[in-house]
Design a binder for this molecule. Sequence first.
Ligand code: NAD
Length: 481
Amino acid sequence: MNAVPELLIDKAYVAGHWRDAERRFPVTDPATGEVLAEVPDLTAEDARAAVAAAEAAWPAWRRQTAKQRAALLRGWFERIMAHQDALARLMTREQGKPLAESLGEVAYGASFVEFYAEEAKRVAGETLPSHGADKRILVFREPIGVVAAITPWNFPLAMITRKCAPALAAGCPVVIKPAEATPLTALALARLAEDAGFPAGVINVVTASRPAEIGEVLTTDPRVRKVSFTGSTAVGKRLLTQCAGTVKKASMELGGNAPFIVFDDADLDAAVEGAVASKFRNSGQTCVCTNRLLVQAGVFDAFLDKLAARVAELRVGNGLEEGVVQGPLINQAAVDKVREHIADALAKGGRLVCGGEPHALGGTFFQPTVIGEVTDTMRVASEETFGPLAPVFRFERDEDAVAMANATEFGLAAYFYARDYRRIWRVMEGLEYGMVAVNEGMLSTELAPFGGVKESGLGREGSHHGLDEYTELKYVCVGGL
Ligand code: NAD
């Protein structure tokens, strides 16, 4: 179990070179505390070198035909899938999620590369009816330029491909700043891209333990034309402010506070399965994770009993072990937040149904937890827990559920279970969210536009809409005809 993982690379990747640094920082396995590797701790100067490399690579990259770029993306996709086992093991080692989930993320992440390999050939412009008989209106879709991608630790592979595949397809070079907890998956991805034949400078990976220093360069250097960030709302707001100085285009995939509503006509068994998948996947460390379960009074007790029985079966342990469905949390700060939310809810009248404590395995393992009779005065009502805590609220009328669901500054994903079609339409239309899942607990796919409204973010990733984030429209008026 403790052998050096395949595809473990401990150098950053800038301008087509594997770069070392005097200062390095450790990457640890959250399940064991073992140091897996030390990677270069790059500086602002290195980040500027990566931006310069990307800028230098841009003219040739955008001149490649769409078909050539598509072939490179296809080659990258094939290499990712050929190495899916190695990538998944590496991801479980540095991030903690169960191996089956890591394999799922590799396939999900790779699907963006496959999709945008195909979509690269469809970045079409248009001609529009003109405003004069002697004029023509042409609209070109051009690559925006150097893209900076800043990504979180909870999906170390998919958050990178979801940004880079459309950027590369559009003809943009990228500088990736992976999360400091999970740089190894990013470096393995870069190695596979290098093997696929991407030219030097088109993909760069800047590893660093002090993200603000690198973020400052990526958001203020005028050569960077687009910043695509996934992470917390607090950091996203700061980066947006920094981007304002050079008026950069920005995509922000930020935090959520997802409601999961169970109406009294729902298939309760299906709802429990959906709730478990949506709440406890990745130990609750998913931006689209259910944060609040809202259950109608008539089925409240029945649902809670079924949920508690199902949650009690979830096996916690090292993600490399067979049958484990919940790994450790990423670090002690994550554990502390879950504990604070539980203590606050119980102090204000919540009823502990199961779990509630750090797991006997120690470290950052935590018991899957369910709390009933949760109310809107508790911190779990308004804050993202980002851990394995399912707080269950009671509601009476449909309109109450929709109002409770919308009573948050976030608007990423919402889920609900119901059968009556009129109710389904009313609720679907009433939810102020970028994504709504009806009778489904999982909604992410490369084929659909992923993203949030309100303080959950700006922009969309996936589907043909994901490409728009990396192109600019150029209107050309041809006159004198
Ligand atoms: P985070 O905001 O702490 O970090 C995200 C990335 O930003 C990391 O690479 C980090 O190094 C970097 N960063 C931190 N401070 C920075 C700064 N000052 N300048 C530049 N970069 C900086 O978030 P996290 O803890 O890694 O991820 C969890 C959060 O991400 C949750 O809120 C979750 O909801 C959100 N998330 C959202 C989505 C989505 O698609 N909407 C997906 C995954 C995670």
